[in-house]
Design a protein around this ligand. Structure first.
Ligand code: URA
Length: 276
């Protein structure tokens, strides 16, 4: 079932529906060669494991039974990351799939590199895979992902259409906890390489973990949003993580403002002469 843009905005909790005075027909997809994802990057669908909760969202954490043994990383199996700064997509995908640079590799089903166009206008960066993403091998496929898709649709874009979606860490943190600073630092060269290969025109950081990973800033999102940042010369904005928005519905309107701000920055690049 495909929803209309109005239905998407209603889904995002953004009503009454706002119509931009400068709204234009949706831009054609970027002419990446058929917007194809290299074979190694196509999400691998693993058999669903019904014994694990299928919700990444933080509002339903999986409570560890009391006195449950704490899983300890088998440190002996960790291996330093080989340099990634010259890798192409298939090489990067292979290295991420085999990565053992931090303890998150111990409990993952598979590493989740990212999904979308390889020549995108937009790059959205989230936190890390949850249970469903760990199974499916694709970012944002749970409830938060549905909201992210609605957010994209309200901008007339979609995963695979002018958009790439990645995460600060490529492996699921056990119990859907927030990735630790050391885990994000260990995974950073992959994200850095992804950004260098993608060359997006605008980056949107979804939530605190992404902000920490890319901007190394731990201030509150409320204080960071609404401003233009840059990463490697690429304009960047900060907004709330969709999982947070699912629990804090009034902030969806702020996220919508952030997305409009990001779109304005994107359009300014295309038409620097025009007032937006
Ligand atoms: N939350 C994230 O930050 N990333 C995902 O891939 C899924 C949920």
């Amino acid at each position: 079932m495909s929803l209309s843009r109005e239905q998407m905005l209603v889904e995002m909790g953004i009503t009454p529906i706002w119509v931009l005075r400068d709204s234009e027909p949706s831009a054609p997809a970027v002419d990446a060669p058929e917007a194809q994802v290299p074979e190694a990057q196509v999400p691998v669908v693993a058999p669903a494991d019904e014994t694990r909760p299928m919700a990444r969202e933080k509002e339903s954490p999986v409570a560890a039974p009391e006195n449950a043994p704490v899983s300890r990383p088998a440190l002996a199996t960790l291996q330093p990351m080989a340099p990634v700064d010259t890798l192409n997509w298939p090489e990067l995908a292979r290295q991420v799939a085999e990565c053992r640079a931090c303890a998150l590799c111990e409990e993952r089903k598979q590493a989740v590199l990212g999904v979308g166009e390889l020549n995108p206008d937009w790059l959205f960066i989230g936190e890390g895979p949850g249970a469903e993403e760990d199974v499916k091998g694709e970012p944002f496929v749970g409830q938060a992902g549905k909201l992210l898709d609605a957010m994209l649709a309200s901008l007339d874009i979609a995963r695979g259409n002018r958009v790439y979606i990645a995460n600060a860490v490529k492996c699921r943190p056990p119990g859907n906890r927030t990735p630790e600073a050391a885990e994000m630092a260990a995974c950073w060269p992959y994200l850095e390489r992804q950004i260098a290969l993608l060359k997006p025109k605008i980056i949107v950081l979804l939530g605190k973990a992404a902000v920490h990973a890319v901007l190394h800033d731990d201030k509150s999102l409320a204080s960071l949003r609404g401003k233009r940042y840059e990463y490697a010369g690429i304009p960047l904005v900060v907004t709330y993580h969709p999982a947070y928005l699912l629990r804090n519905l009034p902030d969806k309107a702020k996220a919508w403002e952030d997305l409009l701000f990001a779109r304005r920055l994107l359009r300014e690049q295309a038409n620097p002469e025009l007032p937006f």
